[in-house]
Design a protein around this ligand. Sequence first.
Ligand code: ATP
Ligand code: MG
Ligand code: FE
Length: 336
Amino acid sequence: ELILAFESSCDETSVAVIEDGTKILSNIIATQINSHKRFGGVVPEVASRHHVEQITDCIDLALNEANVNYSDLTAVAVTYGPGLVGSLLIGVTAAKTVAYAHQLPLIPVNHMAGHIYAARFVKPLQYPLLALMVSGGHTELVTLTAPGEFHIIGETRDDAAGEAYDKIGRVLGITYPAGKEVDRLAHLGHDTFHFPRAMDGEDNLDFSFSGLKSAFINTVHHADQIGEQLSREDLAASFQAAVVDVLVDKTVQALHQHPVDQLVVAGGVAANQGLREAMTARLAEEFPNIDVIIPPVRLTGDNAAMIGAAAHIELAKHHFADETLNAVPNLNFQHA
Ligand code: ATP
Ligand code: MG
Ligand code: FE
């Protein structure tokens, strides 16, 4: 079964061809990061215009690279939320047009389900499983009781982990998105500042990163005022240690309450080397029988391959949309 998948929820325009939900025949990703860098974040109007400019080329490239024609396709899939409404609409409109023109079923996909199902490219999933979803807009612990059945058991009460990375990165003079560079700096420094680990050890599975962000910013501003030069490497290492400690501790806490055979770490922040190492080491020690699945770095950020993987689950259930499909910017798993 061949799915042509679209992703345009934020600042990546991506089109992929996926075979049986598990094999990537092509995964074209056109990023707009250079256009948004100078504004320090994604500008919605700029993002929509880029999607319009890029999407047709992405379709052609994806089909060409996969060596596939429209007549070979089984279905078309698209992210319809969550995300920026103007950005989502470009993908939704393109997918509807292709589906209509070529008489193909249209599969609506939740972007967060896509992040989690990127794990299918690593190995077959077994249910129930636990997913730690860490991205630019979300930080959640999610159990999957069956394919496509998501239950949020913990979530951030304020900032998402990726958002915190981007905000403290800015204070260090790193351009958006800052996660990768903060991660690199962190490996060159040490946790000398001991920032707070909010909600760690509490009897719940929720997260909070705004206090950590404020502590970081206050530390840097205070040093600036008294003319003290702080080590950027140690600042990054201290921030990352606090984030990673909480993410790993809460995941372990969730695993004690929800027995599973597999843990999936998903979303843009799953690219973080510190998190990948700490999670793998801690589980090997405490839950040696649980498989830790973390997609390769190139599949942790936004891409259409993951949307094709998630769509294949919906295809089996015949969950199709018609030409009235609309973007749902605040889509959650209850809608899905
Ligand atoms: P969402 O998926 O919640 O809708 P999004 O699609 O904008 O949000 P992603 O593309 O999944 O988010 O992830 C982007 C985020 O990942 C950014 O905040 C970025 O800084 C962060 N990120 C990327 N690489 C790393 C890394 N190595 N370490 C930490 N954070 C990282
Ligand atoms: Mg992005
Ligand atoms: Fe994302």
